[in-house]
Design a binder for this molecule. Structure first.
Ligand code: KQY
Length: 367
């Protein structure tokens, strides 16, 4: 049965689990809009199929697809991927989809944050976004899970948790004027504490250079397991990411998590700058109100934007000289999982990466 609860997850005994905890499935949305994805989204669709295939080695995948693309997506995706018709504005389910929470009995519910396309009329990336804002309701209806409508604008990519009371985020994003200008930092912290069962928030100052989400945390750092995090890095002092990564590293090595632990912080060197080519730029339809894709612009490329799945890790690669080192480092950090790389420039050209196009649904009670 579908219910919207008026209480808060914490009050009801729910918490947001870490991504490394068991999943029942991963959700994705099929890319389609030609003002964000080049060549009518055809190259991006091929990459989304590769990501779905990589995840499907480890756990079920459900793909939301529009009415217009249903037959095409069904034909491109393997039979083990469930295809569900639903409407949405673009394919970033990490951000517009529900954040799942779980209780000690294994009941799963979903948080439906207010979504305004990364900044609404102040600095949002497209208009309108009303169908994206309905995605959590649709997913929770399909899954017959209870819903909480949260009272703030928030995207899933702007938070990471350790499942044990610690949340990581960036001030650049959560305090941006396009999200919740009427709320203080303390008021935002109170909402996060109540909806995700959080006792400690680690604020990084900024996200990755040129990240159009106002610096989502999921592109600069992630949580491997409680007490252990990974940050994107560069050794090049001329690179604009150099100071940003150092700043984040300093915060992380000096932080204590909700359980009073010091963090073990791994560094993964970023790829060389990934720029939009003339051909890639020309493949994107120009539409007023949508962020243009200009030749020569640098995209926010980072290996950190990976997804942890059951027994696996699905990592973006860039055909870059740093790819192999990143994959090897991640395999060492996750010896219990198989690390799989997917060449992901087409997702990056849309403005995000593998973590941004996926949303894990935790494993609830079995049977
Ligand atoms: O990185 C993300 N989480 C989403 C980026 C949105 C890009 C829209 N063009």
């Amino acid at each position: 049965m579908y219910t919207t609860f008026e209480s808060t997850p914490r009050y009801d005994g729910f918490r947001m689990p870490g991504e490394f905890e068991p999943h029942t499935k991963t959700w994705m949305l099929w890319p389609e809009r030609s003002d964000n994805w080049r060549m009518g989204a055809k190259p991006a669709q091929s990459t989304f199929v590769e990501v779905a295939n990589a995840i499907a080695q480890f756990e079920p995948v459900s793909m939301g697809v529009s009415r217009a693309q249903f037959q095409h997506a069904r034909q491109m995706l393997p039979p083990q991927v469930r295809v569900v018709e639903l409407s949405y504005d673009d394919a970033w389910i990490r951000d517009c989809g529900p954040t799942f929470v779980i209780n000690d009995q294994g009941e799963v519910r979903g948080i439906d944050w207010v979504f305004n396309a990364w900044g609404g009329l102040v600095n949002g990336l497209y208009f309108p976004w009303d169908q994206d804002d309905l995605v959590p309701q649709k997913v929770l209806n399909i899954e017959e899970l209870g819903r909480y409508r949260a009272p703030i604008v928030l995207e899933g990519g702007s938070i990471h948790v350790d499942g044990e009371g610690t949340l990581f985020t960036t001030a650049e994003c959560l305090l941006d004027e396009g999200r919740n200008p009427a709320l203080s930092q303390a008021e935002i912290e109170t909402v996060l504490a109540e909806y995700l069962a959080i006792d400690k928030i680690v604020w990084l100052p900024r996200g990755v250079f040129n990240d159009e989400t106002n610096g989502h945390v999921d592109n600069i750092m992630t949580v491997a397991r409680p007490g252990e995090v990974i940050v994107t890095w560069t050794d090049d002092p001329q690179d604009p990411q150099y100071e940003i990564s150092r700043e984040a590293y300093e915060v992380l090595v000096h932080a204590q998590d909700a359980r009073g632990r010091k963090l073990k912080v791994h560094k993964i060197h970023q790829p060389d700058p990934v720029l939009i080519s003339e051909e890639e730029s020309q493949g994107v339809d120009a539409v007023d109100g949508t962020l243009p894709r200009l030749a020569g612009d640098r995209m926010a490329a980072s290996y950190i934007n990976f997804l942890i799945v059951n027994n696996g890790v699905v990592v973006p690669t860039f055909r870059d000289r740093h790819d192999q080192a990143a994959l090897s480092a991640l395999q060492e950090i996750f010896p219990e999982r198989k690390v799989v790389g997917v060449y992901a420039k087409e997702i990056l050209l849309g403005g995000g990466n593998i973590h941004c196009i996926t949303q894990q649904q935790p494993l609830g009670k079995v049977g």
